[in-house]
Structure formats: structure tokens, C-alpha cells
Design a protein around this ligand. Structure first.
Ligand SMILES: Nc1ncnc2c1ncn2[C@@H]1O[C@H](COP(=O)(O)OP(=O)(O)OP(=O)(O)O)[C@@H](O)[C@H]1O
Length: 273
């Protein structure tokens, strides 16, 4: 019997006034996988993430996360489940008036108000190192960080409560290719060492090839396909073909073939198994 999905979305319908963003959208995310979510600009990837984490109430449909219904859940149920996921929003969403360490401590204080300042400092220092920042980043303010450091600080905050599930909204956007590849490696190694499930919105084809186990494609207001890249390539949907088989897609595929030590092998090997 297969394990229950970590995220289950059924029949989701989301609208803003007359604009219907999702209709009859279904999606399942499996435990331990890195699921890439792609789609043209404005197809509703971020809105989908917000619906899954209870920030956007759908007009219809059901969302379950870690076996807990999110749609229509009361504040108490949501509070309990929010502890079990971490979110890196687009742009990092760090509080500019707080240091990196204070940003990381914020969700911990919210859920565990009795912790001593010393313990909070220790936890923040641990998350900072875990996210690939140097310890000196702790007392810095977001304005003093580079784009890549901001992403890592946002990641450290997302990891603050030792989540089982991580949501990443365009984590490599705005990073140079080397910084983006390093962030991909970090995501992969955190998934492997912490046993995380990762819901990853991205436009970055290199990320998809390098670290995603499966990819969900959003178009026409729903998920039109989910599968490994090889499985998607076998479909004749025009957007999928243009996206993965266009010049950038072919370049990303070639990069994985040229550097077989990267995560792409892991994707393909896993698929074969
Ligand atoms: N709070 C809101 N109020 C009204 N419309 C919204 C709101 N949030 C999102 N939308 C609309 O929903 C649609 C989907 O937005 P979303 O941000 O999910 O797209 P996306 O697929 O993540 O795009 P991108 O790849 O450009 O980030 C867009 O047309 C957007 O304008």
C-alpha cells in the first residue's frame, strides 16, 4: 500500500472576482519528494501555494496537508499544522527591522514563548549554519545582505521549527547561476538529511533538472500533468514541449548530462528504481 500523500488538493477552485485562477485543480505531493511546480507567469503557482498553507480561501475544493484538512480549518487546527511546515516566500519576506537571528527566532517565539534567550540564540545560530550562512550573518540586518544571503536567511527562518514540509517560492530567482546551483544543492542536501518533503515553485529549468523528483505543470487553470521530466517530455502538450524542449530546456538537459555528479542523475536513477 502506498503512503498517503503529504499534500492532497482536490477540485480546487480559486477566483478573484470574475477572474478564475484555478478550476478543478487536483494535485498530490508524495512524502520525501521534491516536487517542482511550473507554469507560465500568472497561472496561479503562488496562489496555489497560498491555498495549500491556508492563506487563501478557495471557492471550492479540499486541501489536506499531513492528513489535516486545511480548507475550512479553525484557527487552532491551522496553528498546529503551521508548526509542521516552513515557507520561503518570493523575495525572502524578512522583517527589515529585525536582524537575521531575530527573524529566525520570530516563529519560534510565536509557538514556544517560554524559551530562554540563550536557547533562542543557539537555535538561530544552528539554523544559520544549516542554511549555509556564516555565523557572522546572525547580527546583520536584511539590508546588509546580498540577494543570495537573503534567500538563505529566509530558508533558515523556514527551517526554524524543524518542519516536515518546506515550501519554496522561486528560491533561485535573481541569483547568479553559481549561487542558484549552490542553493539547489543545499535544498537537495536538506531534503536528504532532514527527510523533508519540498514543494518548489520555479521558473529555473536547471533546478528542475538538477533536484526535482517530479514536476507539476499548471496551465488552463489546473494541473495539466505531473511526472518526471522524461515522462513530461513524452507528452505532446504544446506548452510542455516548448518549455522543456525549447533552447533553454535543451541547455539544462545538456548540463545535467555533462555533469552527471549533479542531482539530475539522482532524479533519473530514482525514476528508474
Ligand atoms: N490577492 C490577489 N487579489 C487579486 N488577484 C490576485 C491576488 N493574488 C494573485 N492574484 C492574481 O492571480 C493570478 C495568479 O497569480 P500568481 O501570483 O499565483 O501567479 P504565478 O503563477 O505565481 O506567477 P509568476 O510566475 O509571475 O510569479 C494573477 O493573475 C494575479 O494577478
Amino acid at each position: 500500500m502506498s503512503a498517503p500523500p503529504v499534500i492532497s488538493v482536490r477540485g480546487l477552485r480559486t477566483a478573484f472576482g470574475p477572474q478564475v485562477v484555478h478550476d478543478q485543480l487536483d494535485l498530490e505531493v508524495r512524502r520525501g519528494e521534491i516536487l517542482g511546480v511550473v507554469g507560465g507567469s500568472g497561472t496561479g503557482k503562488s496562489v496555489l501555494m497560498r491555498s495549500i498553507i491556508g492563506l487563501q480561501q478557495p471557492e471550492a475544493g479540499e486541501v489536506e496537508v499531513l492528513g489535516v484538512p486545511v480548507t475550512g480549518a479553525g484557527d487552532d487546527a491551522l496553528l498546529d499544522i503551521r508548526k509542521r511546515w516552513g515557507v520561503l516566500f518570493q523575495g525572502g519576506a524578512l522583517f527589515s527591522t529585525l536582524t537575521v537571528a531575530e527573524n529566525i527566532q520570530l516563529p519560534i517565539r510565536e509557538f514556544y514563548p517560554g524559551l530562554s534567550p540563550q536557547l533562542l540564540d543557539e537555535i538561530a545560530a544552528y539554523k544559520i549554519v544549516m542554511s549555509g550562512l556564516s555565523p557572522e550573518a546572525g547580527p546583520k540586518y536584511p539590508a546588509e545582505l546580498s540577494g543570495g544571503m537573503k534567500k538563505r536567511a529566509g530558508l533558515a527562518r523556514a527551517l526554524a521549527l524543524d518542519p516536515e514540509l518546506l515550501f519554496l517560492d522561486e528560491p533561485t530567482a535573481g541569483l547568479d547561476p553559481i549561487g542558484a546551483a549552490r542553493f539547489d544543492e543545499l535544498t537537495l542536501s536538506l531534503r536528504d538529511t532532514l527527510g523533508l518533503t519540498v514543494f518548489l515553485i520555479t521558473h529555473d529549468l536547471d533546478t528542475l533538472y538538477a533536484i526535482c523528483d517530479r514536476v507539476a505543470v499548471l496551465a488552463d487553470r489546473h494541473v495539466i500533468a505531473v511526472g518526471t521530466i522524461d515522462q513530461l517530455l513524452a507528452m505532446d502538450h504544446p506548452w510542455i514541449q516548448e518549455y522543456f524542449n525549447g533552447p533553454r530546456g535543451r541547455q539544462a538537459a545538456a548540463a545535467v548530462t555533462a555533469h552527471p555528479a549533479g542531482g539530475g542523475d539522482h532524479v533519473r536513477d530514482k525514476d528508474k528504481g
